[in-house]
Design a binder for this molecule. Sequence first.
Ligand code: JB2
Length: 222
Amino acid sequence: MPRENIFLFGAGGHAKVVAEVVERQGLYRIAFWVDDDPTLKDRSVFGYQVLGGRDQARHACERLGIRRCLVAIGNNADRLKISEMLAAEGLEFATAIHPSAVLARDVVIGPGSVVIAGAVLNPGAVVGDQVIINTGATVDHDCQIGRGAHVAPKATLCGFVTVGIGAFIGSGATVIPNVMVGDQAVVGAGATVVRNVPAGTVVVGTPARPIAKSGPSPSVEA
Ligand code: JB2
């Protein structure tokens, strides 16, 4: 079966990781990168050309009949904003899962989401769209991960954890069972979350405590 052509939006550090996942998954062929940074235009990254910004993408998609892409930008608010803009233009989203990730039979992963090498998702986990489950993260049974969230490398979510829209769980953080992390909340690297985190709150440490408010995401407010 021929692989479907897609493009990756963003050509930075996260995008290179996403390209690895897409190549190893083997379902899609990367046709080109799109990036608004003019200094990247016409560069080759991993052998794929950076076509230019969104306008170039639109034309190339029409010409090549491409209807699917992945937004490969780590910033949650920006990834959501750009995915909404691309969806409004009629584009759909691929889902990329690294073959070394371990997914239980009933795990649900939304469109535009990426599961990176070594991640483990146990039964009943539901992952929304435009989510990053990063390298070696664990999402245990019956967790729910909201749209545009990011579970960073080696973070551990125990059973029945809920992660809100656009929330960020830092690298190596642990969230104990049944805890809810609110929309756009930020959990610092290595934190141990033992009670619910209100929306828009930054928590750090063990046990995790609030230190600040996190910035709003336009796409969450909309
Ligand atoms: O709206 C935008 C945007 N549009 C295009 N916001 C952001 N942040 N980036 C945008 N881009 C393009 O995506 C930029 O021109 C740039 O080329 C690329 C982002 O690359 P960068 O290397 O800055 O970040 P990243 O998103 O690839 O990686 C971050 O997130 C990952 C999950 C880093 O923090 C990584 O260390 C992390 N692993």
